[in-house]
Design a protein. Structure first.
Length: 473
């Protein structure tokens, strides 16, 4: 009872003086969460946990926010008011869906998605649930991008946007003509002159589905969706943050083709200018910077020039909840380091790998963790020269053990990356048997992917291994 009285006093203090609000709310909530349930009204504590969760999110404390949201849901259920208090329940579950997804608890996120879709009473109220239904299919354990795209297009149709999953050439031509007509011969940067808006339901859906279409390699669908979004933005005379992301994502796709470097630069310029309209949103600005420096600028300038902006974006992206972008920027940085020819025994490199590894572990991104630990093992093999230096097995990483835990797309992409590293080692230690094996695996991955540095490193070792083996014979 004493803790309850102290906590109530802290809550009153926080409400009376903003200077004390954050720490007083945090301490009060921790105390109240620890006392017997009958001492504190469950609905009051549910509301307090939701408020503190939002404070945690504002500070980038993702795991703390997740704990508050889950305890808030427990209190709400025990109160008997779940879905009777409609607005509060919807708000809490929407926050929890996003939180569970961001910390890698995809099954829990999907369970809450189903709950909302069953009980919400309007399309607007179901939007967050529909959105994360797409995301959990595409970014869950199996990373099934195709399933995410198909489900996403079905949901787009629910919201009045009909787009074919496999556009024909005539579909692309028609959409391009409509976009050019809407642009009225103006450059793409004209989008940055449109009035900014926070309302973005349609564009948010298009952004998510377009992103997974890129990852799936569906270039025609990506192009069509981008042009449709540009046209809608011009027709509605609004610029949303999601439109900025759509431009950036299309830039990533174009950046995979060196022959489209100028077009990629044009879309990149449009994305950068549009992101400056929302410069106060550090997460969005950093997202665009990572795309430009990871996908476009390496086509036009040395990798070394993109390293600092890429690693500087890490913290802002994590604080904004853009977990995959935040950790993925580290993969881009590591490959830029290799492309730039910087020393692998540099004392600056290992701490950066460990920083990203820690984030991947904490935020439950196992495939990202694999990227950093395998790169660290590459460095250890070069430094220590183990008995079999072309095998990735040691203090940092065990390829055979890790890959045995994966399946589907996650296994395929991980095998691509570890095979690239092993081919690199096989070249240095001249292991022809390993080279032949790795070239066989990598023959399925000759096409560029969304990270320019990773593509360059892979194609470089494939080409050099083939050349050297041919020259030896």
């Amino acid at each position: 009872e004493l803790l309850v009285r102290i906590s109530n006093a802290l809550v009153d203090l926080a409400k009376a003086d903003k200077a004390y609000s954050d720490w007083a709310f945090f301490v009060a909530t921790d105390h109240l969460n620890s006392v017997l349930p009958e001492l504190v009204p469950r609905m009051d504590l549910a509301r307090l946990n939701l408020s503190v969760a939002k404070m945690n999110l504002a500070k980038g404390a993702t795991l703390g926010a997740n704990a508050n949201l889950n305890y808030g849901l427990t209190c709400l259920i025990h109160s008997g008011e779940k879905w009777k208090e409609y607005e509060f329940t919807l708000t809490l579950l929407n926050e929890l869906i996003e939180s569970e997804f961001n910390v890698g608890k995809y099954e829990l996120a999907f369970a809450h998605v189903q709950d909302v879709l069953e009980h919400a009473t309007s399309l607007d109220d179901k939007f967050t649930a529909y959105l994360y239904k797409v995301k959990t299919f595409a970014e869950g354990e199996d990373r099934d991008y195709h399933k995410g795209v198909i489900v996403g297009l079905e949901i787009c149709q629910i919201y009045g946007i009909k787009i074919p999953s496999s556009p024909k050439r005539t579909d692309l031509m028609k959409e391009n003509i409509k976009m050019e007509t809407a642009l009225r011969k103006q450059p793409l940067t004209v989008l940055s002159k449109l009035p900014p808006t926070e309302e973005s339901t349609v564009f948010r859906l298009l952004k998510e589905v377009q992103y997974y279409a890129v990852l799936e390699g569906n270039k025609d669908l990506t192009a069509l969706m981008t042009k449709r979004a540009i046209r809608l933005s011009l027709q509605k005379k609004i610029l949303s943050k999601d439109m900025v992301s759509i431009l950036a994502t299309h830039t990533r796709l174009l950046g995979q083709d060196i022959t489209k470097a100028k077009l990629a630069n044009a879309y990149g310029n449009a994305a950068e200018k549009a992101s400056e309209v929302f410069r106060e949103d550090k997460g969005l600005y950093s997202e665009v910077q990572v795309v430009l420096h990871g996908c476009v600028y390496p086509l036009l300038r040395p990798h070394r020039e993109s390293m600092e902006p890429t690693i500087d974006a890490h913290r802002s992206l994590l604080n904004a909840g853009k977990i995959d972008f935040g950790i993925g920027s580290g993969i881009g940085y590591a490959h830029m380091w290799l492309c730039a020819g910087l020393p692998l025994n540099s004392p600056l490199l290992k701490p950066k790998f460990l920083l990203y590894e820690e984030a991947a572990v904490r935020l439950q991104r196992p495939t990202f963790l694999l990227s950093f630990s395998s790169l660290r093992q590459l460095v250890l093999n070069l430094q220590k020269s183990p008995p079999n230096p072309t095998v990735l097995k040691g203090d940092a990483f065990d390829e055979e053990s890790v890959l045995s835990t994966l399946e589907g797309n996650s296994l395929s992409m991980s095998r691509r990356d570890t095979s690239t590293l092993r081919l690199f080692l096989a070249l240095l230690f001249w292991d022809e048997e390993c080279m032949v094996k790795m070239l066989g695996i990598l023959s399925e991955f000759a096409k560029p992917d969304i990270i320019a540095g990773r593509t360059y490193n892979r194609l470089f070792v494939i080409g050099l291994a083939g050349f050297e083996m041919g020259r030896k014979k």
